[in-house]
Write a new protein. Structure first.
Length: 90
């Protein structure tokens, strides 16, 4: 497993193996996402939007309308809010 050392300024070098796998180049942006289970994921923001075409395609699955996507996002947000309020009451 590739690893890196953190400097006193909070900086680190991403190992070459990881940079190559993510196709990172100097100047690329990186997002860090903290998950509830304590893990952190790193997401390279170096893809052009046209590279994402067909990313979610599943054979036999009908495309969702914008309205269906909006409703799903709203439902997910409500569910997440309700779960967070339950945790806060404990």
């Amino acid at each position: 497993m590739p690893s890196s050392t953190l400097t006193s300024k909070g900086q680190t070098t991403i190992p070459q193996e990881i940079r190559e796998r993510l196709r990172l180049r100097p100047g690329d942006r990186i997002d860090f996402v903290a998950h509830d289970d304590g893990t952190i994921t790193l997401h390279a923001r170096n893809r052009h939007v046209t590279e994402l075409a067909g990313l979610l395609y599943r054979p036999g699955q009908k495309p969702a309308s914008v309205r269906e996507m909006h409703d799903a996002v709203a439902e997910g947000a409500v569910g997440r809010y309700l779960r967070s309020t339950r945790k806060a009451k404990r």
